[in-house]
Structures are given as C-alpha cells and as structure tokens.
Ligand binder design. Structure first.
Ligand code: GLN
Length: 481
C-alpha cells in the first residue's frame, strides 16, 4: 500500500521503527499527486526534489520527524509561492520568510510539502473563487470540495496528503472538512500565531488542521499552538498535550444542542446524521440537553459586515507597488492603482472590498460596522451563558452535503447563508471542529456529512476528547472515497 494512504500516527510508528524513511513518504505522495491531481486539483504546486532533499535531513527522533504536511496557499513558506488563489500574487510573489506556524511545525520535525488551492484570499465556501484552478470533491468529481480550504480538505480525502494546514475565518476549515469526510479543527482564536498567514479578517482568522483522524489533528496541534510575540493577538497560555488527552471516556460530560441550529432547511441526511451522532454520544454516557443561543440569526449578517470591513483594509497592500500584479499600461499614478487592482482581483474579492469600504464609510459606520460589533458581543455572551451549563456544543457543520459545481456560483447570498453554523464560533473566538458523522446519498454517490463540536475558549482538550470518543464509537474514521 502507498504510504500516502496512511495516517500521521501510523507513519510516525513506522518511521520510529526505521521501516520507512521520510523520503519514501515524499516519493509515495508525489506519485499519488501525479496520479490524482489532474482530476482532483487540490495542489497548485509541489516541489518533489526540494522536499526529498529536506526529508533526507530531517531528524526522525522529533515528534513529527519526517512527516510531510501540505499547506494552504495563504501561509508563507520560505522560497515557495503564496498565491492566495489570486492572480494578483501568482506572477511574482515568493515568500521571503516562514510563517510562525511553519517554523513551529519544522521545530517538531515536520516538512511543509506542497501548496493547496483555495478560494481567492479565503473568500468563499466552494474553492470556485480560486483564480488558479478547479478543485473537486474526491467523493464525486462533479461536486465542490467546500472552501475556502478546499484544496486542504480534498488533498487529505483523496490521500494525496497525510495532513494539511488550512485557515478558518468563518468556517473555512470545518465546512470543507465536513464536505470531504475528514477531520477539521479551528483552535481558539489566538492559539496559533497568525504571523505569516495572509490576513483576510484579522479578528476572525485562525490557522488549523485537516487530517484523516482526530488523533492526527491532536498530534499536529501540539506543535502548531503556542505564544508568538510577532502576533499581538497570540495568547500566552500553556499548551496542553492534546494527543495525550484522547481516549478518556466522556461519561457524565454535558453536551448542549442549540435549538436555533436545528432550523428548517437542513438537508434530511444532515439532520439524520446529527441525530444518530447524538444517540452515539448518549450511549457513551454523555448527558445531552437543549440550550439556546438566541442571537444565532444575527451571525451571518454580522460576519458579512465585519469580515469585509477588515478585508477592505487588509487588502489595501495589494496595489502593484508594495505587493502584487502591476498593470502594464497605466497613464498616471491613480490609474496605476485602479488598473492593477482591477486586473488582479477576482469578482468575489471585489464584492467584499466594496461591501467593506461601504460599511466603514462616514455616515454608514454607525449603522453597519458599529452595530455589527454590538451584535458580535451579544453572540459571544450567548456562548458564555450556554457554557455555564454544558461542556461542549454539538451541531451540524454545514446545512447540506457538497453541492454540484456551479450550483451557487451566481448566488452569493445563498452561499453566504451556508456558513450559518460555523460563523458564530469565529465571532466568539471559540475552538470548533468538524468530524465525519455519516453520509448522504445523492445520484448514486455517497457524500460525507459532518458534525461540529464547539468547545469553551482554550478548552480544545474536551472538544477533541468528545470528537475522538465519537470517532471511535462510530467507526467513521480515516474515510476514503
Ligand atoms: N465562507 C466564508 C466566507 O466566504 C468563510 C471563509 C473563511 O473562513 N475563510 O467568508
């Protein structure tokens, strides 16, 4: 069997036993990418020779020693492209430095290998907003992988990556993980340094993992998390051993089901999968109770004011002078800015910049931006209250399984509404993850469905414990199409 099909945990055991070498893994991955990437399209680029050279020098006695990790194309790795799925960065940008998350992975012995497709600047839920190529869902090549970390999810699901990094601003790790049948973890805001992650909405962005199993995520998170003086929002908190916390039973643990999340409009297969998951969790001894998050219905509109507002400021640097594509035929300096940006950005990014500039403009600031900040506080308080009574919250990850490609392409509003269950955890800064919980049948194809587990701030341990117990009991682990 190709090493590309294995979990990180099993590769680590085999590396430790000296049965295999890090370069063997890279070669098997490269073969899998060659075979599958033409149809799946998860990778934008990968440099096998450089990775083999690096692999030969890795210290396999380190906890992640010799394990390759594929990287979403908005996280900087020295000397590699970092396109953010955009034309504006595709021509001439090479990362001059490693993001802190990459430095931490390297310190644990891991090798960053390959660049993964994404919605342009992480804006989207289907990866169809990438300017650089199409990524498909390995379970049904006519369907989207989700997004914006669509390349990350589809690489892991198609066994062309062992594990991947993604970023999550409103659901971009959890939603594609659910749609591709893998595990996706967004840690507490501030747990993982954002230094070297190209900013979309800085108060919401968080780097996290996409893996085949819960254990693999925990193993990567052990190295990914930690304080970084280069990121002023990074938390200076001790990082527990996430992997060591797995395997303890969940008897007596209190699980909240927010009544507002079980709305009409959920796909019946998603509703079934969540109901079955709840039964499983109860059979493991957890106590399940209904809770209320009364401001849930304000989440999507709050997010689609705050995130574009922050994006409009963050994306100002791509002007053809400081960064990015430079127009060939500007008549004067203003025209230079206008044309460089008009040529470089795609339609969704332009839509967000327009939205963001509008809600921040004088006369509208109070009505939109300020009001959205207040709504964000109410949403955060909903969770604070709910977590007085329960240890974790469980919900669907996404309202439906993967759509057909193109289905929502001309309906941005409908696409925004798909983020209804994932956005609140970003607004509140809470850790949240998706684990596979079953399948929907569509047109004779099995499509994965996920459940979301939301934890208390900084309590990834309990969230991961519940996910692991569920994964073991349900047998929905290390799924392959
Ligand atoms: N789908 C959401 C958006 O388009 C979330 C994206 C993300 O988390 N990066 O903004």
């Amino acid at each position: 069997m190709s090493l590309a099909n294995e979990t990180l945990a099993s590769l680590r055991r085999r590396l430790a036993a000296r049965e295999i070498s890090p370069a063997d893994i890279i070669r098997d991955l490269a073969a899998a990418i060659e075979a599958k990437n033409p149809s799946v399209g998860a990778y934008l680029s990968w440099d096998v020779d450089a990775a083999v050279t690096e692999a030969e020098q890795t210290d396999t006695s380190l906890p992640l020693g010799g394990v390759p990790i594929a990287i979403k194309d908005n996280i900087n790795v020295t000397g590699q492209p970092c396109t953010c799925g955009s034309k504006i960065l595709a021509e001439n940008y090479r990362s001059p430095y490693d993001a802190t998350s990459i430095r931490q992975l390297r310190a644990g012995g891991a090798l960053p290998f390959g660049r993964l497709n994404m919605d342009e600047f992480a804006m989207g839920s289907s990866t169809e907003n990438s300017a650089l190529g199409v990524t498909r869902n390995p379970w049904d090549l006519d369907r989207i992988p989700g997004g914006s970390s669509g390349g990350s999810a589809s690489s892991v699901a198609s066994a062309t990556a062992i594990a991947a990094l993604g970023s999550d601003t409103g659901g971009s790790i959890r939603q594609p993980a659910a749609l591709c049948g893998v595990v996706g973890v967004k840690p507490t805001y501030g747990r993982v340094s954002r230094f070297g992650l190209v900013a979309f909405a800085s108060s919401l962005d968080q780097i996290g993992t996409l893996t085949k199993t819960v254990e693999d995520s925990a193993l990567v998170l052990n190295h990914l998390c930690g304080h970084d003086p280069l990121d002023s929002t990074s938390l200076n908190e001790p990082v527990p051993d996430f992997a060591a916390a797995l395997g303890r039973d969940i008897k007596g643990l209190r699980i909240g089901l927010p009544k507002e999340y079980f709305i009409s409009g959920i796909h019946p297969a998603v509703a079934d999968a969540v109901r079955a998951a709840i039964k499983t969790l109860e059979s493991l001894g957890a106590r399940v109770e209904e809770i209320s998050l009364p401001h849930t219905d304000a989440g999507v509109s709050t997010y689609y004011i705050l995130a574009p507002a922050e994006a409009s400021a963050n994306l100002a640097r791509f002007d053809g002078v400081r960064y990015g594509h430079r127009t060939a035929n500007a008549t004067d300096i203003l025209d230079h800015y206008f044309s460089s940006r008009a040529e470089g950005f795609g339609p969704e990014v332009k839509r967000r910049i327009l939205l963001g500039t509008y809600v921040l403009s004088s006369g509208y600031y109070d009505a939109y931006y300020l009001k959205a900040q207040r709504a964000r506080t109410l949403i955060r308080r909903d969770f604070e209250e709910a977590f007085q009574k329960v240890d974790v919250i469980v919900s669907p990850t996404a309202p439906s399984p993967a759509h057909k490609m193109g289905e929502l392409k001309n309906n941005p509003l409908q696409a925004y509404l798909e983020d209804v269950f994932t956005i609140p955890a970003n607004l509140a800064g809470l850790p949240a993850m998706s684990v596979p919980s079953g399948f929907a049948e569509e047109g004779g194809k099995k499509l994965p469905v996920g459940i979301q587990i939301i934890g208390k701030a900084l309590d990834e341990v309990t969230m991961l414990r519940v996910a692991h117990a569920f994964e073991q009991a349900s047998g929905l682990s290390h799924l392959a199409p």
